[in-house]
Design a protein. Structure first.
Length: 199
């Protein structure tokens, strides 16, 4: 008996449909980063995500909470990228310099619009959850630099950590505001001078 094969059947699995929460976060990530957190309204987010307005309030409760979750997710992704970039290195100085190498790669991306945390923090009110999320992200990078400076034998690791953050922030701003894609290279050179010999 001949077995008929259905040639019209698609052997590929059906694409997974993202939850409303994931679609809202994806829309927020794209729109907030491109346009700023204050300029993008709720209606634009829900239209871009393809969900009902009630879904935004069911998932997040408010636009501010959506912004906080967007920033938290960006922070988690940045932390993962930094850890991955530092992982091959043993010397804490090399780990620090690898962060500037990663920044060089980041600013070269065609959709680079500056640091999401600097931008959102500038738009947020003092004491808001949005400002808190930005502060948490900045605290994490400062802590990484400080702990690595301590591991490198710096005489004053807290001071060196703050200096490295200033250089890192300055490079991110110059790359966006001045379209200076070489800013991270200059920042890396400054960091290397601070680290050798360790201060």
């Amino acid at each position: 008996m001949d077995t008929k094969i259905d040639v019209t059947a698609d052997p590929r699995p059906a694409p997974v449909r993202l939850s409303a929460r994931e679609r809202l976060l994806a829309a927020a990530d794209e729109l907030f980063y491109e346009n700023g957190v204050n300029l993008v309204g709720i209606d634009r987010i829900i239209e871009h995500a393809g969900v009902a307005k009630a879904s935004l309030y069911d998932c997040f409760g408010s636009k501010d909470e959506l912004i906080r979750c967007y920033l938290q997710r960006r922070s988690e992704r940045r932390q993962a990228r930094i850890r991955e970039r530092m992982a091959p290195f043993q010397d804490p100085r090399d780990k620090i310099l690898s962060v500037f190498d990663l920044l060089e790669d980041t600013v070269a991306q065609p959709n680079y619009r500056g640091c999401a945390f600097q931008r959102a923090g500038a738009e947020a009110g003092a004491g808001s959850t949005i400002k808190g999320a930005c502060d948490d992200s900045r605290t994490w990078i400062r802590t990484q630099f400080t702990e690595l400076a301590r591991a490198a034998g710096a005489r004053d690791p807290e001071s060196l950590g703050r200096q490295l953050v200033l250089i890192y922030d300055g490079a991110a701003v110059a790359a966006h505001a001045d379209r200076d894609l070489n800013a991270p290279i200059a920042a890396r050179a400054l960091a290397e001078r601070l680290l050798s010999p360790v201060n």
